[in-house]
Design a binder for this molecule. Structure first.
Ligand SMILES: [Zn+2]
Length: 455
């Protein structure tokens, strides 16, 4: 018998332009797939989930996150980008990580994401050995999240890898990992490659690594075009001229490139991950949002590093919208005028956080909107909570008022991972204990005297 579930009487935001939104509707799910969306669906033989007084929408898609960093959460609330890189990459903190540390970091980070309604993410990993990669994948599997596992380069000996003259190529371990875990695309975890790109390795290595990603049929992600070096290098133009920009390339940050280069990104459909809070904070530059949409491009949203910010999408949506509005408003004020309208609507931002994110991760056929035929990655947000009631504009409420505490239920491919505000089947005592033990080990090996963090 088919496994059927009816999410009933919710305010449904489908994020599908042709379906639109419903003040009150049902979502019928069968064997993990969405069968139909609409008012008063007549269905029998199914589990009924009461969604009255709830906003029902697709799970968020976080397109850029170093998931393992949950284990050193908030180590750097006041770090600049150079401080962050010096600790994790060049100072040696990343080098002391053992497989068990990245396992618990990934498990904790993935569960944190699910609890916040993020049902898909790209894990931009850093891998010190094959065992580290195995343990990171195991943790994502255990958490039950949908993810692109982007196989990365080592933090141990990072000085050899992470500079623009580095002729070291991406490890062949990526091929082993692909064969072991990602031979099928019909599963929650799919393959990506987290490469250093032209600003953290040589041009020849960049060419090699992009080719490797394409051989592995993997989304190829790189940090590029930001900080004080982003504008000087014209890396985007270089990749465009080499015919490399395409939808399977995921460009992270990209704050400080030329207007022509934003057009190149938009024209080729290469995807872009904006990580608004970290970029505003650490010195990457202003988030690119409107500079890309101006050319018809569609940015997506990433959380990036929980060493320095929270791990959920609500704050990032606010940072992204208001940073862009502030950027444009300042130009109006500079003319001695007041703004008459705002760039970026709440709806735009919610699209970036869901359906556009899914496209960036190559998952648009599976998730990102509540479209019949897609898999049921669905969240339910309580509209009766004090910060949500009375509800007048559900899209605005989700984008600008909601927080993790309002996330009542989370489903991944129709399977409940959070109900009634609590994660299901998670032993938090075990996770807290393993995470604390790992954190103590990492800081002590890194040479931080007990209680002396933050440095
Ligand atoms: Zn990053």
């Amino acid at each position: 018998m088919a496994n059927r579930m009816l999410i009933k009487n919710g305010c449904v935001l489908t994020m599908d332009e042709s379906l639109g939104n419903f003040e009150t509707a049902d979502v019928l799910i069968e064997n993990g797939n969405i069968i139909s969306v609409g008012p008063n669906i007549d269905a029998s033989d199914c589990e009924v989930v009461d969604a009255s007084e709830m906003i029902v929408l697709p799970g968020f898609v976080d397109t850029h996150r170093h998931v393992w960093e949950a284990v050193i959460r908030n180590a750097g609330p006041d770090w600049t980008l150079p401080t962050y890189l010096n600790h994790l990459y060049f100072g040696g903190l990343g080098g002391v990580l053992r497989p068990e540390d990245v396992y618990i970091g990934n498990l904790l980070g993935a569960l944190e994401a699910l609890n916040a309604g993020i049902t898909s993410l790209l894990d931009w990993s850093m891998i010190n050995s094959p065992e580290h990669g195995d343990e990171m994948v195991r943790a994502l599997q255990e958490a039950g999240i949908r993810a692109v596992f982007a196989h990365g380069t080592p933090l141990r000996g990072a000085g050899d890898y992470w500079h623009r003259e580095s002729a070291l190529n991406h490890s062949d371990d990526a091929t082993r990992l692909k064969e072991k875990y990602f031979s099928s695309k019909d599963q929650l975890l799919t393959m990506g490659l987290a490469i250093r790109g032209p600003e953290f390795s040589s041009w020849e290595s960049t060419l090699h690594d992009i080719k490797l990603a394409r051989e592995l049929d993997a989304i190829c992600s790189m940090h590029v075009g930001f900080g004080s070096w982003g504008s000087a290098d014209r890396s985007i133009e270089k990749m465009y001229n080499a015919g490399l920009l395409a939808p399977d390339l995921n460009l992270v940050h990209v704050n400080s490139i030329s207007d022509e280069e934003y057009k190149m990104i938009a024209d080729t459909g290469a995807s872009v991950s904006v990580t608004p809070e970290v970029e505003l904070m650490m010195g990457h530059g202003y988030p690119l949002t409107g500079k890309l949409t101006k050319h018809g491009g569609r940015p997506t949203i990433g959380i990036d590093v929980v060493t320095s910010t929270g791990g959920e999408m609500f704050a990032q949506m606010k940072f992204m919208a208001q940073a862009e509005r502030s950027r444009i408003n300042e130009t109006v004020l500079a003319r001695g005028e007041m703004p008459e309208s705002l760039p970026m609507t709440a709806k735009d931002i919610l699209h970036f956080a869901t359906v556009d994110g899914a496209r960036a991760l190559g998952l648009e056929g599976k998730v990102g909107s509540l479209t019949p035929g897609k898999q049921a990655d669905i969240i339910m947000i309580r509209a009766t909570d004090i910060n949500m009631t009375p509800m007048n504009d559900p899209v605005g409420s989700v984008t600008f008022s909601a927080h993790v505490g309002n996330v009542d239920s989370v489903f991944v491919a129709g399977k409940a991972v959070k109900r009634d505000g609590r994660l299901l089947n998670v032993d938090m005592d075990r996770i807290r204990s393993l995470a604390s033990t790992s954190r103590d080990y990492i800081f002590s090996e890194y040479g931080v005297p007990e209680g002396a963090w933050p440095m």
